[in-house]
Design a protein around this ligand. Structure first.
Ligand code: ZN
Length: 534
């Protein structure tokens, strides 16, 4: 099943210039060590983590096969050390930060269908093929001996690997004191063998109390850029942060009161946000497969199965130590270049964490249905919905932090920390451009705040935040966005996105300065039993 992409006669470049380029590209990823305090766990819980690491490694091997093909053959083929390291980071010879362009000589473009489908399969051939399992998220598409297409269930395609992962998970389950974790590990190991995942997703939703979480199996669909059908394998091993999780539980109970405090007329906040929304804080111990390829997530929102979501909701997992790593190695150096020197003391991790977390909380606030019979907000705002909803989450999140400061419920610092850190956070995420819904939302905030005088760009190229103007701008923006959502105002949403959803030339120039300063773009992990002292 290996992809044969090497072009004959094209020798690997070994010159100093290539070496230097690959060294620089590898250094875009700052290496950080994934650890946390495990001393408060029981000996059995530590043993469970020891067992889950090799199960996660199996997901890693399978993802290599899905994304590229034969990992060992590729790594042996690459002669430049930096390029080999870069291939490990990207799970193949294509740069995920550069639109999947090949970075090693002899490789063409990455196939849209990665290695989920035969490389020579056309869309027409797939469309004409009659098989009920061809679009299943849990099958590979291969050719049979006659050259026809065949759908191979993951449970067959990866039989030995799934069996070994299931064995490790069952052994871990036998040590689990928490019934939710025990049940989930058993159900999930069954799913790997049966290719039926839904009941294990329900079991994961029921797992509320466990100190350890293990997200595992075929989950996200981004790696299949051909159809978006096929789920890629991954694993996270996570340990709960009990202090922060308890804090969030307290805030959750306050959501109805916070919703009532939103600065809009009653009709625009008539829905009651669910207080059972499940958001918890974890430290990550291990990333494997899909989630470890290229850019690293700092939050998880699962499951993807819409039937499970409708009946049981979803769980949000905030990965605190990964956030801290991105804060320390990316956001702080950017702020040191772009934030006014006298305000850099406001760049604080607690503020970054609160902003990120309340963004998630804010997605559950406001209303889901228009107040004038235009259906759901999503339906009414159509292609602008995603950007407006992300902008809402940013701005309502910041508003909530302000409310919680006023009520004395957040005491980590001062609201100005959240404001200055928010602006620095815009610089961090804008480096990837403004094309995604998050990117557009970022630009909408930035341009609106600038117009309202919430910050000014100074002659030396640094930015200075003005507290009172910022506070007013946050309130005004909450009012505007919730009104657009409640009215299902498609035209106004379009105006906002089109007017404010793009990057100004000045900002773009400032970001060029950041990029020229070799500030890391993302992180890569040193992880495993040894760094955990297990
Ligand atoms: Zn969001």
């Amino acid at each position: 099943m290996a992809l044969l992409l090497a072009v004959p006669g094209c020798a690997p470049r070994e010159d100093a210039e290539y070496n230097e380029m690959m060294r620089a590209r590898t250094e875009q990823f700052k290496e950080v060590t994934l650890t946390t305090d495990l001393s408060w766990l029981t000996e059995n819980e530590r043993e469970i983590i020891r067992l889950l690491i090799p199960a996660a490694d199996i997901m890693d091997d399978i993802f290599w096969m899905q994304a590229y093909g034969d990992k060992e053959a590729l790594l042996n083929h690459i002669e430049n050390d930096h390029a080999r390291r870069y291939a490990e980071i990207h799970y193949g010879p294509w740069d995920r930060l550069a639109g999947n362009a090949p970075f090693y000589p002899g490789f063409g473009d990455k196939p849209l269908g990665a290695n989920f489908y035969p490389e020579d399969m056309t869309r027409e051939e797939f469309d004409a093929w009659d098989d009920p399992d061809k679009a299943s998220q849990y099958t590979l598409v291969r050719r049979d001996q006659q050259g026809g297409l065949v759908a191979v269930p993951y449970s067959e395609a990866f039989r030995e690997q799934h069996q070994e992962a299931a064995r490790l998970m069952r052994e871990a389950a036998s040590l689990a004191g928490d019934p939710g974790l025990r049940n989930y590990l058993l159900m999930r190991s069954d799913a790997l063998l049966s290719n039926e995942y839904q009941s294990s997703d329900f079991a994961w939703m029921d797992m509320k109390e466990s100190n350890i979480d293990f997200v595992v199996g075929p989950i996200e669909h981004y790696e299949d850029r051909l159809f978006g059908y096929k789920a890629a394998h991954e694993a996270y091993i996570l340990v709960k942060d009990p202090v922060w999780s308890a804090q969030l539980e307290k805030f959750n109970a306050m959501l109805p009161a916070l919703q009532a405090s939103l600065p809009v007329p009653e009709a625009y906040k008539a829905e009651v946000p669910g207080t059972e929304s499940d958001i918890n804080v974890y430290d990550a111990l291990y990333y494997a497969g899909d989630c470890n390829a290229g850019s690293k997530s700092i939050a998880i929102n699962l499951p993807n199965d819409e039937e499970v979501q409708l009946r049981a909701g979803s769980r949000k997992l905030q990965l605190k130590n990964s956030m801290q790593a991105k804060f320390d190695h990316i956001l702080v150096p950017i702020a040191d270049m772009l934030i006014d020197e006298s305000q850099r003391r406001h760049i604080r991790f607690d503020a970054f964490f609160e902003n990120t977390t309340f963004h998630e909380v804010a997605h559950g606030m406001g209303i889901k249905n228009t107040i004038n019979g235009r259906g759901t907000v999503r339906e009414a705002l159509r292609e602008y919905y995603a950007a407006i909803e992300e902008a809402k989450a940013d701005i309502v999140g910041l508003y909530l932090v302000g409310q919680l400061y006023d009520k004395g419920e957040i005491t980590s610092g001062e609201l100005m920390d959240n404001y200055v850190t928010f602006i620095a956070g815009i610089f961090r995420s804008s480096r990837f451009g403004a094309a995604s819904a998050h990117g557009i939302a970022n630009m909408m905030r930035f341009n609106f705040f600038e117009r309202e005088g919430a910050f000014t760009r100074q002659e030396d190229g640094t930015y200075r935040v003005h507290f009172d103007a910022m506070k007013d701008a946050v309130t005004a923006s909450v009012r505007e966005i919730l009104t657009i959502q409640g009215n299902g105002d498609y035209a106004r949403a379009g105006e906002l996105v089109n007017a404010d959803g793009r990057m100004s030339e000045t900002l773009s120039t400032d970001l060029d300065r950041v990029n020229a300063a070799n500030i890391p773009v993302d992180i890569v992990f040193r992880q495993g039993a040894q760094v955990l002292g297990l």
